[in-house]
Design a protein around this ligand. Structure first.
Ligand code: EPZ
Length: 435
């Protein structure tokens, strides 16, 4: 099993580049189901979840070419669903990545039927997809559950007025993809406003969809009978960018984070400044962070544009180095403090009560062998190890490979003492469902 070996103590200095957004790439790849034409996506991160999505779409009949093969930019991908031979998302694939359920809406919209394995439990919470199902049923799909699979059918989905019971990112994306080929108009309210939703809508619009209001809580879609192919460049990854900003602040370094979208980082930058880091926006795609005397600041995770839950673990690592008591409130997922125990093993002073953790700092962290449990928890352990005294061993880093493109090389490029033991893309068969 791959491990990271990290020796702490070096301030990170230099320029670090952000890859494309995993959480934009996944729905955008699923959107290719909606047309028989070729869809070319640029700025696709080379991470494990993209590999899984590729396997999923190929298993349903897609022809997929990675950039170079298609004589295109390296991080581009060409997807063609001339035929949708098998509208089934198999359990073997879905169990390794919940976002596989994003094919449900597009499959029903394109083929009038879908068989999608139910995503099981997850390290960070129950994460049901009841709101996806409820919305699709309202649009006229009949959905039954048998042998761990959702069986869905619909002649043609109908435009409806939908109000989400609670804000859901992939729920909004799934229903949006269902609505673009539906008969008539769909009005969706209480939608997620995450930049990834607006990114998907921009791709769908390039494919000929009629969408208004993406990025706000009210989205209006006028269904069309057919979508065409398109070429589209997805957003940079705001969570990877946020992780690097925290890395610069926690190590007392001077980092320039490039190829990001500064306007997507408002809540993270504001919190880092409140905690004593110096942050400068050098341009629309470049942010500089310099360490400073870190002081306690509280966070409470919210839907966008609030403080992202996907930055909570990384922020907790920073709070272990801040003067005073920080409270960390997790409002999106019911079990997203797995990293707290591992940080405590390194000497952090953290108390967890329900959805609130209190972190007393600064703590002198000492290196230890720690276990990664999910994608963002792994990132927080990397950050803690960068400031711990001695050499830490991080186990099960396959979790971090799911959403960070060669993070050890990027961090080593700005002075981190980090190396990988093992092979990035070694085939795995025991990967459990997280994120
Ligand atoms: C997306 O997950 C992201 N994943 C997650 O990123 C991110 O943490 C999350 O949004 C919140 O920002 C992708 O985009 C692939 P939700 P998603 O539906 O869409 C409950 C990462 O680290 N809910 O917005 O699955 C749910 O249980 C990952 O990159 C229902 O109850 O999250 C949760 O408590 C982790 N029923 C809340 O809503 C539903 O049908 C928000 O979940 C759907 C969701």
């Amino acid at each position: 099993m791959d491990k990271f070996v990290i020796r702490g103590g070096n301030p990170l200095v230099g320029t670090i580049r952000v890859s494309g957004a995993k959480n934009s790439a996944l729905p955008s790849m699923a959107a290719a189901i909606l047309t028989e034409d070729e869809v070319i996506l640029e700025n696709i991160p080379q991470v494990r979840d993209i590999e899984t999505e590729r396997r999923l779409l190929t298993s349903m009949g897609a022809q997929i070419f990675q950039g170079e093969v298609a004589g295109d930019a390296p991080n581009s991908i060409s997807i063609s669903f001339r035929t949708l031979s098998d509208p089934v998302a198999k359990y073997e694939i879905v169990k390794t990545m919940r976002a596989s359920s994003l094919v449900l809406g597009p499959l029903i919209a394109r083929a009038g039927m879908a068989r999608v394995a139910m995503p099981g439990g997850c390290a960070i919470g129950g994460r049901p997809i009841d709101l996806h199902i409820k919305g699709l049923e309202k649009m006229g799909a009949t959905i039954t559950q048998e042998h761990g699979y959702l069986e869905a059918r619909a002649e043609r989905l109908k435009g409806v007025h939908l109000v989400f019971d609670r804000i859901t990112v992939t729920g909004t994306e799934d229903l949006l993809m269902a609505a673009v080929l539906a008969e008539g108009e769909t009005l969706m309210e209480n939608c997620a406003r995450e930049p990834e939703v607006a990114d998907l809508a921009a791709l769908l619009t390039a494919m000929g969809a009629k969408i208004e209001g993406a990025g706000t809580s009210t989205i209006r879609v006028r269904g069309v009978s057919r979508l065409r192919g398109a070429r589209y460049r997805i957003n940079p990854d705001r969570i990877e960018a946020g992780t690097f900003l925290v890395a610069g602040a926690i190590t007392g370094g001077d980092l320039i984070v490039t190829n990001c979208n500064a306007s997507h980082l408002g809540a993270v930058i504001a919190k880092l400044e409140e905690a004593g880091a110096r942050v400068e926006i050098l341009g629309p795609d470049t942010v500089r962070v310099r360490g400073g005397k870190l002081r306690a600041a509280n966070i409470s995770t919210e839907e966008y544009p609030g403080f992202p839950t996907d930055m909570q673990a990384q922020y907790m690592a920073l709070a272990t180095q801040a003067e005073g008591l920080s409270t960390v409130e997790e409002n999106i997922f019911e079990n997203r403090f797995m990293h707290a125990q591992e940080l405590a093993r390194m000497g952090a002073n953290i108390k967890v009560e329900g959805r609130t953790a209190t972190v007393r700092g600064p703590a002198a962290l000492s290196a230890a062998a720690v276990m990664c449990s999910d994608l963002r928890a792994s990132a927080s352990l990397v950050l803690a190890a960068l400031v711990a005294d001695g050499e830490s061993i991080l186990d099960r880093v396959y979790h971090i490979d799911r959403g960070y493109e060669r993070i050890e090389e990027k961090l080593a490029g700005v002075g981190a003492q980090i190396r990988r033991m093992g092979n990035v893309f070694a085939p795995r068969n025991d990967e459990t469902n997280a994120d």
